[in-house]
Design a protein around this ligand. Structure first.
Ligand code: RUQ
Ligand code: CUA
Length: 660
């Protein structure tokens, strides 16, 4: 029997591989666009786009912001990766953002942007995103487009099922992809003891309603499966959140084969309201844990990093009613909840159908206590037929993700057969399909995971582009395809390449964001301890071998612009305050030979660049952002003298220093 399953499986994998190779074969696969496609994506010069698209950068660790329908790149927001372009992760103020329990981690793999929600609708306040590799969740403030907070998650490996939020952003979740021994247990164990020593942990991160501040509220300890993706319920299913999991075989080697044995894996349904109550009743177990909590403070323009030391856990096997498993065909990936909160579509990567579960039926099955069996002895597995709304038949090959248009239709990506398929939620009939080039992972509809989709546009996020663009060496761009979903038939409008690998995107009508934008930071509110609010207060101080330069920048000079008395062995901190109080006037700052990036200082902000001079001599510095007609004049010099020299510390602006 085992043999049979194995050879069947190998055959299935081979078929998949062949289909994949075929479907991705470059060639003029055609991509007919309507004559009016150009008009639909044309945004006249000087006009704004209708929609913001926030794309994850995948292995770039960043978020990129595009205008839709034009596909114009507006900005790259640094989140988990250092960004020399603006000094994020290089300036003294922002270095703490990338601190973790493992020390400074300047990169990550960011997958799923998630807009904050109020009453199940995108509210345009914050954008959250997960780091997979060194598990973290970040919060970007959509007033400033800055990363304001990064919270590390303990007890987790591969924070992939993250950071999906509940209906009112009460909680964000983070779930284990790579189960591990818990942080407070013996961790140096044989890998073959997986089934005994490894655990999954589902983190619930509380989000403050008013300021968005995140804190780790509790973690549910669950069986060591690979938890993949999640979505919270809404409306009737408000109290629940659903996770897909594969590797229910609990394999720890050659997962390609060993984790594809079971005919069905699971969707795990978690009653988060119940978990919240148990925690309120004091049922949680506090365990030691070490995880960094990094906050960027708007008033000081400075980040702090605090090491947290404890987390609260609930062992789900000890609390009946918290967790139920629903069988789901073949290594499910995405799980997506319809706008009315009634149905959950789960996409089995290796399945030839899309199962759609009914929330009502799930509750009924739980009431009747008719289980198919148990996981880990105590966790009920509901019967597939009891919880199924129905199956979408023959959707294509390799279903991954689904979103909704609010008009009764769902749209799913088919990774292997490279298409987007449109189907009706009520009768599960397929009504349209459109080829995409090639191999889409996620798709995104404006508001497509919310209670009230705005619809209109669908982005297919394609992993492979092959022949679509001018070649750029062995590495080709990944890409978006913009599809019009206003009519019965989907229509391709536009291709555009992306930054990094856009795993997922969230789109929101622009007016929800534009109205909250700030144009500059008020200088009078700047509480950075190293701020210089007027040129006359610029100065240079020495304390032992530490030199602090309090510098100002305004069109078109840096004050002071000549500094002498720096010595080899000094550590120099240049604190530059941008005195401008106007929109769109950043100044930059860079020092020749500095083993560091530049600074890009927003109006009213103070940023600090650290510099350890490596040799004696004259070292120029300058403004790097073309800020005015006299930008090229925005410069100055340091004079670096030997360690034992007696050149006094002096600085000036508009006069010659004469020190010898
Ligand atoms: S996952 S497709 Cu994070 Cu679907 Cu990328
Ligand atoms: Cu300031 Cu150029």
């Amino acid at each position: 029997m085992k043999l049979l399953t194995n050879s069947y499986l190998k055959l299935a994998l081979l078929v998949l591989a062949l289909t994949f190779a075929y479907s991705c074969k470059p060639g003029k696969m055609g991509s007919s666009v309507d004559a009016d496609a150009a008009k639909k994506v044309y945004v006249p010069p000087g006009k704004y786009d209708e929609v913001y698209a926030f794309l994850s950068g995948g292995f770039s660790g960043q978020v990129s912001v595009y205008g839709i329908p034009s596909g114009r790149l507006l900005k790259v927001l640094p989140v988990f990766s250092q960004n020399p372009e603006n000094g994020y992760g290089y300036s003294e103020e922002t270095k703490p953002m990338l601190n973790t329990s493992h020390g400074f981690v300047p990169w990550d793999d960011a997958h799923h942007p998630e807009l904050s929600k109020t009453n199940g609708e995108d509210d345009g306040r914050w954008l959250f995103i997960n780091a997979n590799n060194t598990p973290r969740i970040a919060r970007i403030n959509l007033v400033t487009f800055k990363t304001e907070e990064i919270l590390e998650l303990p007890n987790i490996g591969g924070n992939h099922a993250s950071p999906f939020c509940t209906e009112n952003t009460e909680y964000l979740v983070g779930n284990t992809r790579f189960s591990e021994p818990l942080d407070n247990s013996k961790k140096d164990v044989p890998i073959s003891s997986y089934k005994d020593n490894f655990k999954g942990a589902v983190s619930f991160i509380k989000v403050d309603k008013d300021n968005g501040a995140m804190s780790l509220a509790f973690q549910l300890i669950v069986p060591p499966f690979d938890y993949d993706l999640a979505h919270a319920g809404k409306g009737p299913s408000h109290d629940w959140i659903f996770f897909t999991c594969y590797n229910t075989e609990e394999a720890h080697t050659l997962l390609e084969v060993n984790a594809s044995q079971h005919d069905k894996d699971f969707v795990m349904a978690v009653n988060w309201k119940k978990a919240e109550e148990l925690i309120k009743e004091g049922k949680g177990t506090k365990i030691p844990a070490r995880y960094a909590h990094n906050v960027y403070h708007e008033s000081t323009h400075t980040a702090t990093s605090t090491m947290e030391t404890e987390t609260q856990t609930l062992d789900v096997t000890k609390f009946p009613g918290l967790v139920y498993y629903m069988p789901c065909p073949k290594s499910p990936h995405g799980i997506d909840v319809t706008p009315d909160g009634e149905y959950m579509a789960a996409s089995g990567k290796l399945a030839a159908i899309i199962p759609v579960f009914s929330f009502k039926k799930m509750l009924n099955a739980i009431d009747k206590k008719q289980y198919e069996g148990m996981v880990d002895g105590d966790l009920p597995v509901l019967k597939y037929e009891d919880v199924l709304h129905g199956e979408v038949k023959n959707p294509g090959l390799g279903p991954l993700h689904t979103e909704f248009d609010g008009k009764g239709y769902a749209y799913s990506t088919m990774f292997v057969s490279s298409e987007v398929v449109k189907w009706r939620i009520d009768n599960l009939q397929i009504v349209d399909r459109i080829p995409v080039y090639y191999s889409p992972g996620h798709l995104s509809i404006v508001g497509g995971d919310s209670k009230k989709p705005y619809g209109k546009y669908l982005l297919a996020l394609n992993k492979i582009t092959k022949d679509r663009y001018l070649p750029t060496g062995p590495e080709l761009a990944q890409a978006c395809q913009l599809i019009d979903i206003t009519g019965n038939k989907m229509k391709l409008l536009l291709d555009f390449p992306t930054i990094g690998e856009p795993h997922y995107a969230q789109m929101i009508p622009a007016d929800k964001i534009v109205k909250n934008q700030i144009r500059f930071y008020k200088l009078e509110d700047n509480k950075n301890p190293y701020v210089t609010k007027a040129e006359k207060d610029a100065k240079v101080t020495r304390n032992g071998n530490r030199v602090d330069v309090y510098m100002t920048a305004i069109r078109s000079h840096l004050t002071p612009d000549n500094i002498e008395g720096i010595k080899l062995g000094d550590e120099v901190y240049v604190h530059v305050t941008n005195l401008e109080q106007d929109w769109d006037v950043p100044h930059g700052f860079a020092i020749k030979g500095n083993n560091n990036a530049e600074l890009l200082i927003m109006p009213g902000e103070t940023c600090t660049l650290k510099w350890i001079p490596g040799e004696t001599g004259i070292v120029p510095f300058y403004c790097t952002d073309f800020c005015s007609a006299l930008h090229q004049e925005m410069q100055g010099y340091f004079r670096v003298s030997p360690a034992n020299s007696n050149v006094p510390l002096k600085f000036s602006f508009g006069e010659n220093l004469a020190t010898e």
